[in-house]
Ligand binder design. Structure first.
Ligand SMILES: *[C@@H]1O[C@H](CO)[C@@H](O)[C@H](O)[C@H]1NC(C)=O
Ligand SMILES: *[C@@H]1O[C@H](CO)[C@@H](O)[C@H](O)[C@H]1NC(C)=O
Ligand SMILES: *[C@@H]1O[C@H](CO)[C@@H](O)[C@H](O)[C@H]1NC(C)=O
Ligand SMILES: *[C@@H]1O[C@H](CO)[C@@H](O)[C@H](O)[C@H]1NC(C)=O
Ligand SMILES: *[C@@H]1O[C@H](CO)[C@@H](O)[C@H](O)[C@H]1NC(C)=O
Length: 504
């Protein structure tokens, strides 16, 4: 199908990547920690401690793409972040943000440091929750999805069940056995099933208080993620039953029983997951929370004369004080590793100084290839949708022999099936206004633009396959980011190419 009518929104897959979460941000510098991958070969040692009193100094603030996300300076000035006994990350709760504008300000942070293998222990007391919210705590490697994505906490709106999932390139599937959570999808390939990834649902009725209001009312809990060469396992501990050896700083997953999620199967973990940074963000509406806002969350206040996404955006924009619940409150976040070459008889202490990052970046202190490393941007999204509700409808990417808009038409004019001419710019984002729609392809995104009066341009995230189509109604500018594809109606618009010169 070359183009989709507007009502694509009714059946649009909710599992597509969303612009607001698709671009990691520049990481100026950081340390790379590589730990041993053999399960149980040695005790875990603390290698990186995100102490609440210095929490945000260990992160970069992603702010360059989605207007919702603010810079570090704005976040501090407006009190969206606070350090102390706990690290708190909140959103604007005083202003109205009408549809079509920037959206309610929030933050997305990505760690300076990156890791291969390890035990990541997050103790949180409160997480964002409520109508319109889409919070996530996740790990992301460079060059999405080459080095993987592990989504540890993710959900939308007033949900009470966490989704844990992973996204990779082709060739990684998960068996789904040996876990307490409800297994949902096996294939981690981001090109399969509309990028639903391989995931499990922590059904709140079976695993109480694992997400949202339940978690918050229960004083929070601990999410522990163990990443070895053999598997990636997650345990959720509600506040009242956190393993003693976590509290004592000598965590030993071997004593924790059946994991909540057991991600292993036909998947070479070491070739699919590398150099991952930690990301925490609070998003609103968008491709998951927005798409299911009317159909799955009728209890949320609705604007019935608007579509699901706009209904969500209207509620979020018009009700600042409601979002006083939309904050992360973190008691601790620690990364433990085994020595890279585990020496079973070695005696070493558990002090921080006893461990040297296995691949030392001393000298440069740079993370040369990382989320948003200076010459390159990665494109990614957390697990973006419930998979229980049916078969995703994403289409396969165009075959190699068929000319595709990107890169075949890069920098040239393309006339679509409705006889509308566009100028194609691969690797560029068109910045200026807009709403998001699911599209089967970049070309399909042009068809959506054709049908919307006032559409001047589009940005498409998803290469040539299925993805998110951002319809732009304002004159904007083209900015190179390496992964988004833009098109504008060449006859009606001229656009400054802002960042062409910086293109590597
Ligand atoms: C535009 O909308 C009409 C009416 O819904 C539909 O028939 C047509 O296919 C749509 N065109 C595009 C390009 O989406
Ligand atoms: C991970 O980062 C380290 C340090 O920058 C680098 O040496 C290594 O090649 C990276 N590994 C992968 C798979 O990108
Ligand atoms: C509800 O949606 C309609 C149609 O988009 C819009 O005109 C109206 O302003 C919205 N109402 C509110 C309260 O946001
Ligand atoms: C498209 O062309 C521009 C201008 O020559 C170039 O900077 C960019 O890298 C190209 N994009 C791709 C994906 O090749
Ligand atoms: C161009 O890109 C650089 C980073 O690559 C960014 O700092 C700068 O703000 C961009 N320029 C514009 C005008 O967007």
């Amino acid at each position: 199908m070359r183009s989709l009518p507007l009502d694509v929104r009714k059946y649009a897959i909710v599992v597509l990547s969303l612009l607001s979460t698709t671009h990691a941000q520049s990481v100026a510098e950081g340390t790379f920690y590589k730990g041993g991958g053999a399960p149980g070969a040695a005790p875990y040692q603390l290698v990186d401690d995100y102490q609440p009193s210095i929490f945000f100094s260990k992160f970069n603030f992603y702010s360059s793409y989605d207007p919702t996300y603010v810079t570090k300076d704005v976040a501090w000035q407006n009190g969206y972040v606070q350090e102390g006994d706990q690290a708190v990350m909140s959103v604007d709760t005083t202003n109205k943000w009408p549809r079509g504008g920037d959206g309610r300000p929030a933050t997305r942070i990505i760690s300076n440091n990156a890791y291969t293998h390890g035990l990541f222990i997050l103790d949180l007391e409160h997480m964002p929750w409520g109508c319109g919210t889409w919070p996530a705590y996740w790990l992301l490697g460079p060059d999405w999805a080459t080095n993987g994505e592990i989504d540890i906490i993710e959900g939308v709106n007033t949900g009470m069940s966490n989704s844990i999932s992973m996204h990779t390139e082709a060739g990684c599937t998960i068996a789904g056995s040996g876990q307490t959570a409800t297994f949902q999808t096996s294939d981690c390939d981001h090109n399969a099933n509309g990028n639903s990834g391989c995931g499990s649902l922590l059904d709140g009725s079976k695993i109480p208080n694992n997400y949202g209001e339940g978690l918050n009312n229960n004083g929070g809990g601990v999410y522990a993620t163990e990443w070895t060469s053999e598997y990636i396992k997650h345990w959720f501990f509600p506040r009242e039953s956190i393993a003693d050896n976590i509290a004592s700083g000598e965590p030993d997953p071997a004593t924790w029983g059946i994991p909540t999620v057991n991600a292993q199967g036909s998947c070479d973990i070491d070739s699919n997951f590398n150099n991952m940074s930690i990301i925490i963000n609070t998003d609103f509406c968008g491709a998951w929370a927005g798409w299911v806002y009317q159909s799955q969350f009728p209890e949320c206040p609705q604007n019935m004369s608007a579509n699901s996404l706009d209904s969500c955006v209207d509620f979020v924009g018009n009700n600042p004080s409601y979002f006083e619940e939309a904050y992360w409150e973190i008691n601790s976040l620690q990364v433990y590793q085994m020595p890279e070459v585990a020496q079973p008889s070695a005696s070493y202490t558990t002090s921080l100084s006893s461990i040297t990052p296995a691949v030392s970046t001393a000298g440069t202190s740079q993370l040369p290839v990382g989320p948003g490393a200076s010459t390159q941007d990665v494109s990614s999204a957390p697990y973006t949708g419930p998979t229980s509700s049916g078969t995703p409808t994403g289409s396969a990417p165009a075959s190699a022999s068929t000319p595709v808009l990107c890169p075949d038409y890069n920098g040239t004019a393309f006339t679509d099936s409705n006889n509308v001419q566009y100028e194609i710019h691969c690797g560029f984002d068109y910045q200026g206004g807009g709403n998001v729609y699911a599209a089967e392809s970049f070309e399909n995104c042009l068809g959506i633009c054709d049908n919307i009066s006032g559409c001047k341009a589009v940005s498409f995230v998803g290469g040539n396959g299925a993805g998110s189509c951002y319809v732009k109604d304002a004159t904007g500018s083209l900015n190179y980011d390496g992964s988004t594809n833009a098109a504008f109606k060449s006859v009606t618009d001229t656009v400054p190419l802002l960042n062409l010169t910086q293109h590597p």
